[in-house]
Design a protein around this ligand. Structure first.
Ligand code: PGA
Length: 246
């Protein structure tokens, strides 16, 4: 399976910085890298248009960090699917831990978003992961299964789907999960997917949480790790390109 290297720019960058970073990344990545790598950038909604326009002639894809599961409508402050399509998005993050924990996004809304994205032709990147308390209580597998079950309840035939395992305690903390922790979590996600989805064996499962050029090669070699979702280390294109080359 081709490895997916995804950048989550969160709430960083101005228009000019986004354009410059995207162009720099295009210049840094030779065409042949895309034989083994898919690269997706997730900028904030106000930067989607400039990033999507800049990557148009490259093989880099552009996705949204969030949307509201409607085509359009009266939903103040939200972005609808028609707007994402118009801007050139092909992917969307759903259920990122910052949206679950800071924006209090509930599992029901996450399921609606996955369903709507699949129906609308976009690829959802469903983010799941346990908190430190849940890990200490030995609940990792149960939490992952619950999050998968609730997010995919209506979409048991989903084939165009990416899952990202992002332990909450590893996001933005510099504390990357250890190889055994990643192996165990990815094995349990793969097992759930294979048991519950006809295409479960082919769904890419990414790892996210403090991925850096120094630790990514080891992570990408682990069983059932089909790519990485990178926050902090994706902001500078030169650093991010090292992860793409890993
Ligand atoms: P991080 O973020 O790489 O800065 O830990 C990962 C993410 O939030 O997807």
């Amino acid at each position: 399976m081709k490895k997916i290297i995804a950048a989550n720019w969160k709430t960083y960058k101005t228009w000019e910085q986004a354009q410059a970073s995207t162009q720099e990344l295009i210049n840094l990545l030779p065409q042949d890298i895309f034989a083994d790598r898919d690269v997706i950038l997730f900028p904030s909604p106000v930067l989607l248009k400039i990033v999507a326009e800049t990557v148009r002639k490259s093989r880099i894809a552009c996705g949204a960090q969030n949307f509201y599961p409607v085509e359009e409508g009266a939903f103040t402050g939200e972005t609808g699917m028609a707007q994402l399509r118009d801007m050139g998005c092909t992917h969307v993050l759903v259920g990122h831990s910052e949206r679950r924990h800071i924006l209090h996004e509930e599992e029901q809304l996450i399921a609606q978003k996955v369903h709507f994205a699949l129906r609308s032709g976009l690829t959802p990147v469903l983010c799941i992961g346990e908190t430190l308390t849940e890990r200490k209580q030995g609940q990792v597998e149960a939490v992952l299964a619950r999050q998968l079950q609730s997010a995919l309840a209506q979409d048991k035939d989903a084939s165009r789907l990416i899952v990202a395992y992002e332990p909450v305690w590893a996001i933005g903390t510099g504390e990357v999960a250890g190889p055994n922790e990643i192996l165990a979590a990815h094995a349990s996600i793969r097992q759930w997917l294979e048991k519950n989805l006809p295409t479960g064996a082919n769904i890419p499962v990414l790892y996210g949480g403090s991925v850096k050029p120094e630790n990514c090669s080891q992570i990408l070699l682990l069983d059932n790790v089909n790519g990485v979702l990178v926050g902090g280390a994706s902001l500078e294109s030169e650093i991010f390109s090292k992860i793409v080359f890993a």
